[in-house]
Design a protein around this ligand. Structure first.
Ligand code: BGC
Length: 807
């Protein structure tokens, strides 16, 4: 193969410009006889290859594929081997389907579990998220398929997702929102990375040099190429300058035209363009394209089941009611038991090959099911008849297995959750069943955190999250004791929603999202502020018990002994946390810095070693703008979860620094994570810069970066009418239990994206013309739209002559 540099030398300016943008929804451009295009598909936990009409919202059909457990589910396994195995299985399907690049894994930090894509992300903790993502990437890339960790970075809400500005202090940016990516990149070596839709501190992620150059390349040593999120390339020239190589999806020749003009006018140095093309070609021309692979669907399904088993979390098991007594007469209740909730909606949606349900797979397990009842409607409408039938079935049984959880409308890309509750009609059913005094085992199906005050009314809770197509048999394996549950929560379950920090500001409907909690995300907040939770981070029960003791700390790491003190073999996840009580710095009282799983037969004892690494003691020092280690004594804690610390010791460091701590007015409140008292003004002090204006007012002049939903505030009645109409349609679709993702996407989309999402039909000039209309100058704007439309058509024709004819 020719060297990439040589190829670039032979490419014309026009050809290079063309390579910086897609050819269609999923394909990149090719240059005849010189460069081939590649095919990209979503596939965080199952391939979504669209052979027909393409869309990035999970609307049109895709090829059948194995649906593995959702990312949030996999995270609960804390098992890097199984996650890598899932990655390999994904890569096998990609090869067989002639997909060169998988758009995943998604590893954003769950700032608030109500984020609509929580099911698609690993954790609230960057260390765990990074480790899991690295394993998935390694798996995906084992056969030459390109992995694409996404969405870099600070992308925590779906509301206004393409037009929100994440205002985050530098320390939180480094310690929380990019450490996950750092681990994924340094350990997984992905060949590509997707930037996020949002702005970070005022600059779109896709054109943010701080993110894409200083942090990603210079600090993390990223060697691959950056692709924009779909429609997320705001200013293509700025993106090329900052470090993003490819705009997706295809937008006709508009992107190329902008690059050519910028180079010719001296606004873009051709060397910068060459660099981006080189980054892209280095990956593309080195990725293997042979593929005569046949998919062994049974094997794939088996991998999905194994992963689901490892990820199930046993949350409650009163009087060891589980595993189920074989002689029990079981009533199986709940709509989800027949029509499973096993994946979320949006671009990750898989056209699953072989979906199991608890109902359809029960026959393969040693359980006596005496009947099934639906119990509730999926759309939260109450139904007496269903309720009564469920009660009478329960009365005939020894034990009820009740499958409840979140419905489809609650977990989707494009839409943040309204609250943390599971639907009311399901809780009414639970109460009615509890009143029968029968034993109840809840199988919970939900891709994210829910309030669980109801758990006290039942005997056991098996949380399967979204288990993928083989989730149901994994649940039976756990219920019947064939698999001893080993999953541990990768996120905290607060007692009630109000305990979530700054929950009343989530999702932020205004343009700027102030990341007021700073580094205190998830358990870092609950532990430091001493707020009780329902189930802590890292929590999960087993059918056996473990005793952890004998902590030994050395310069290299820690050793502990773990003994299985129960009657069956099982897996414990030993978790290493560190803290530093005597620190002047604002820091969380506990932070996860390592973990290891150990499998033990009854009475068996093993020594577990968890090494320290470059991240164990570091903090991001805003004074030196660098990672530093603070001198002094650290608490080294080994726990079964973040609350349940089994052994603790001290470790001293004296070759670090004594940080200079500036005590601003709200320092004390931040130190204690006393968020009930923290105001926007306090955050401004921590942030250290002026905060952007967050106002949206009636009769406002809108710009290209305002969202379609902002038309609610615009001068023109037409605009206000459209915004209200869209909102009505969205609400109607939600009430019907099927969120209309198309409407949602458009509602939250900024005007500028119209030029990126209409395949070249509307360009940036026309978007500005439309804004004249919206801003109250109807006839002027209308005239310009017509004029610019014809200009565009003419220009497009001319551009098509420079090589990349549409076929
Ligand atoms: C999502 C990405 C996805 C892309 C392509 C976007 O809407 O944010 O995660 O990869 O669409 O489907």
């Amino acid at each position: 193969m020719q060297s990439v540099k040589k190829i670039i030398n032979e490419l014309s300016l026009e050809e290079k410009a063309i390579l910086t943008a897609g050819h269609s929804e999923w394909e990149t451009n090719r240059i005849k006889d010189k460069v081939y295009g590649i095919f990209l598909s979503d596939g965080s936990f199952g391939l979504r290859k669209q052979s027909g009409p393409g869309d990035h919202l999970g609307i049109s059909a895709s090829e059948p594929a194995t649906c593995f457990p959702a990312t949030a589910t996999l995270a609960n396994s804390w098992n890097q081997k199984i996650v890598e195995k899932v990655g390999r299985a994904l890569a096998t399907e990609a090869k067989a389907q002639k997909v060169d690049q998988i758009l995943g894994p998604a590893l954003n930090i769950k700032k608030n579990p109500r984020g609509g894509r929580s099911f698609e992300y690993f954790s609230e903790d960057p260390y765990l998220a990074g480790k899991m993502a690295a394993s998935l990437i390694k798996g995906i890339q084992y056969n030459g398929t390109i992995a694409t960790p996404k969405h870099f970075a600070v992308n925590s809400q779906e509301t206004r997702r393409m037009a929100s500005n994440s205002v985050v202090d530098e320390r939180a940016l480094r310690e929380i929102y990019t450490t996950n990516f750092e681990i994924a990149i340094k350990e997984g070596h992905p060949k590509s990375l997707m930037s996020s839709y949002n702005k970070v501190n005022g600059i779109y992620a896709n054109e943010n040099k701080h993110l894409l150059d200083e942090i990603l390349r210079k600090e993390f040593g990223f060697k691959g190429y950056v692709v924009s999120d779909w429609g997320g390339d705001n200013n293509h020239v700025a993106a090329i300058k900052a470090g993003s190589s490819l705009e997706m999806p295809g937008v006709g020749n508009l992107a190329a035209e902008q690059i050519i003009r910028a180079v010719r006018s001296g606004n873009l140095d051709e060397k910068q363009l060459d660099k981006r093309v080189e980054e892209y070609l280095n990956v593309v021309l080195n990725s293997k394209r042979d593929s005569n692979i046949k998919i062994d669907w049974l094997h794939q399904h088996e991998v999905a089941r194994e992963a689901a088993c490892s990820s199930i979390v046993l949350m409650k098991n009163k009087n060891s009611i589980l595993p189920l007594n074989k002689n029990y007469k079981v009533a199986l209740i709940g709509d989800f038991a027949k029509n499973p909730r096993y994946q979320g909606s949006g671009s990750s949606l898989v056209n699953s090959k072989n979906v199991e349900s608890l109902f359809s797979t029960a026959k393969n397990y040693p359980v006596e099911i005496i009947g099934y009842e639906q119990g509730y409607l999926r759309n939260d409408k109450e139904d007496e008849a269903l309720l009564n039938k469920a009660i009478s079935l329960a009365k005939k049984s020894d034990i009820v297995i009740l499958n409840i959880g979140l419905n489809e409308a609650s977990e989707s890309e494009g839409l943040d959750r309204l609250n943390l509750r599971i639907p009311k009609n399901q809780l009414i059913l639970l109460d009615a069943l509890a009143a029968t005094k029968k034993k109840i085992v809840v199988v919970l199906s939900a891709g994210s955190v829910v309030e669980m005050t109801w758990a006290k009314k039942v005997d056991a809770v098996v949380h399967e999250y979204l288990g993928g197509e083989a989730g149901a048999s994994a649940v039976w394996q756990v219920l019947t004791g064939m698999y001893n549950p080993s999953g541990r929560l990768s996120e905290t379950y607060p007692i009630e929603e109000n305990d979530l920090p700054f929950n009343n500001e989530f999702p932020q409907k205004k343009p700027n999202v102030f990341y007021k909690e700073s580094i205190f995300v998830g358990y870092r907040y609950y532990e430091t502020a001493k707020v009780n939770v329902a189930y802590p981070f890292g929590y999960g029960l087993s059918y056996t018990t473990f005793f952890i003791s004998n902590l030994k700390i050395s310069n290299r790491g820690v050793n502990v002994t773990v003994k299985n003190t129960g009657k069956v073999s099982g897996i414990e996840t030993v978790q290493l946390y560190i803290g530093k009580k005597d620190s002047e710095l604002i820091r969380p009282s506990r932070e996860l810095k390592g973990f290891k799983q150990v499998k033990l037969a009854p009475n068996e004892t093993k020594t577990v070693t968890i090494p320290f690494d470059d991240k164990t003691f570091r903090f991001f020092d805003i004074n030196t703008n660098n990672w530093q280690t603070e001198n002094g004594i650290y608490q080294i804690m080994i726990g079964k979860n973040v609350e349940d610390i089994c052994c603790q010791g001290n470790f001293e460091i004296n070759n670090g620094i004594n940080p200079v701590v500036k005590k601003f007015a709200s320092y004390d409140k931040y130190k204690k994570a006393d968020f009930k008292k923290i105001t926007t003004k306090d955050f401004r002090e921590l942030y250290g810069r002026e905060l952007p204006n967050n106002k949206l007012e009636k009769n406002q002049e809108l710009s290209v970066n305002n969202t379609i939903s902002d038309m609610y505030y615009c001068k023109s009645w037409i605009g206000r009418f459209i915004a209200k109409w869209l909102k009505k349609k969205i609400v109607q679709s939600l009430q019907a239990g099927k969120p209309n993702l198309n409407f949602l996407f458009n509602y939250n989309m900024p005007f500028r994206a119209i030029a990126k999402m209409t395949g070249g039909l509307i360009d940036e000039a026309m978007v500005k013309d439309i804004l004249f209309i919206i801003n109250g100058h109807f006839w002027y704007g209308f005239g310009r739209v017509i004029k610019d439309y014809f200009l565009l058509q003419k220009g497009e024709k001319e551009l098509l002559t420079f090589g990349n004819k549409k076929e």
